[in-house]
Design a protein around this ligand. Structure first.
Ligand SMILES: NC(=O)C1=CN([C@@H]2O[C@H](COP(=O)(O)OP(=O)(O)OC[C@H]3O[C@@H](n4cnc5c(N)ncnc54)[C@H](O)[C@@H]3O)[C@@H](O)[C@H]2O)C=CC1
Ligand SMILES: O=C(CO)COP(=O)(O)O
Length: 376
């Protein structure tokens, strides 16, 4: 399996000619869907964004704004918006999905009749389906029965508002076909948003899902008032939990050291822009889960992903003490001030710090290769 992340061809220019005439659709006009549509339009793609609500379509089309989700951001002139799935999907070779994970299945069923025969479905979503524990690429395969070359994900340190302000960062496009991953990364690469590629769909997707759970933990201890040592320990131990889970799920450990793993973990755990971090902070300050949801009014995927991830961890024989504690705090079974990496194991015996086992030397070699590959 080739999982090395490499920069995509065509990256580095705000308007690479290779995207001229490339028709793409973005499904979902929340903060990430709208931001990603702007990135694609800046990369010179022909972009249509689908929104459920007519007032959002109207505001994007007429005022070039989406004020509820991206206040103060001007959207590119070429960006089209529609309420019609048929219109959005007509001729689109790439379909980017930016809806909440719990509505994804329904959204896919709705769009299926209008899908072009060869279009590739790209999930931008960082949650798992609560009722089935499936990742979004698995939900896409389940609903649409597509071959792996037509299913992809994009993930990385991507706080929407920063990218909408054109602050530079990057993301990984991942697909079983490296060629398709290259095509996707080329479609979204601009001077401020660089595309990389790999073929580790499982690891790339899990990076986005799992970092949300650690960001909830960080928010909780922040709300309690704990400082940087506690947070650094949670981030570090959290990355170990993420890696162990990803490996047990068939992902490559080095993906967790890349943009979709460590990169996104850092961004989400550090930033007050993160909704998961914010939700955790409110819970740490003593608000209930219901009060937190009420205050947020935006998608915090981590809250719904905790339980299914723990279910999968148990099935796969993985211990995730920090994620377990997050669930206990959410359920009211643990006080926020008790969350932390300091808790003893049941038998009180200190654990080895890194317990990944397996091919550690090979993993390090792949990590070094990847870092070399990611260097611009
Ligand atoms: N906001 C960010 O910085 C980033 C978000 N993501 C991921 O993108 C996904 C979408 O999140 P955001 O855009 O941030 O959420 P958001 O809360 O800003 O927007 C969600 C959008 O989904 C729409 N929606 C709600 N129910 C729907 C339904 N039944 N059918 C279709 N659309 C529906 C809402 O109207 C809204 O437009 C999440 O999985 C999130 O983890 C990924 C990277 C960055
Ligand atoms: O995925 C994100 C940053 O990469 C956004 O995180 P939140 O969903 O917590 O806002």
């Amino acid at each position: 399996m080739n999982t090395k992340s490499t920069p995509a061809a065509g990256s580095g220019s705000k308007r690479p000619n290779s995207n001229r005439g490339r028709k793409v659709a973005v499904i979902g006009a929340g903060s990430w869907g709208t931001t990603f549509a702007k990135v694609l339009a800046d990369a010179d793609c022909d972009v249509t964004i689908w929104a459920r609500r007519p007032e959002v379509v109207h505001e994007i089309s007429v005022a070039r704004r989406n004020s509820q989700y991206l206040p103060g951001i001007n959207l590119p002139k070429g960006l089209k918006a529609t309420e019609s799935l048929a219109e959005a999907l007509s001729g689109a070779s790439l379909v980017f999905l930016a809806v909440p994970s719990q509505t994804m299945r329904q959204n896919l069923e709705d769009l299926e009749p209008y899908l072009e025969r060869r279009s590739v479905l790209v999930s931008l979503v960082k949650g798992v389906e609560r009722t089935t524990t499936m990742r979004m690429s698995e939900v896409i395969a389940d609903v649409l029965d597509l071959e792996p070359e037509r299913i992809a994900v994009v993930s990385g340190p991507n706080l929407a508002l920063e990218i909408a302000k054109e602050q530079p960062t990057g993301a990984v496009a991942s697909c079983a076909s490296l060629e398709v991953a290259q095509e996707i990364a080329t479609a979204f690469s601009t001077s401020y948003f660089r595309g990389y590629v790999n073929t580790d769909v499982t690891g790339t997707e899990l990076g986005g899902v799992l970092k949300n759970l650690i960001a909830l933990a960080i928010g909780i201890v922040d709300g309690v008032g704990y400082g940087e040592n506690t947070k650094a320990a949670i981030i570090t131990r959290g990355l170990a939990e993420m890696t162990e889970f990803a490996v047990a799920s068939g992902g490559d450990p080095t993906t967790m050291s890349g943009l979709a793993g460590l990169g996104d973990l850092i961004a989400t755990c550090q930033s007050p822009l993160s909704r998961n971090n914010t939700a955790g902070r409110l819970i740490g300050q003593g608000y209930s889960q219901a009060e937190t949801k009420e205050q947020m009014q935006q998608t915090a995927e981590g809250i719904t992903s905790v339980r299914p991830v723990l279910e999968l961890a148990r099935e796969r024989g993985i211990s995730m003490p920090i994620v377990e504690q997050v669930q206990m705090v959410l359920d009211g079974r643990m006080a926020p001030r008790d969350l932390g990496p300091h808790l003893a194991t049941e038998d009180g015996v200190p654990q080895p710090e890194l317990s990944l086992g397996g091919d550690r030397r090979g993993a390090w070699k792949r990590f070094i290769d990847r870092v070399k590959g990611e260097r611009p």
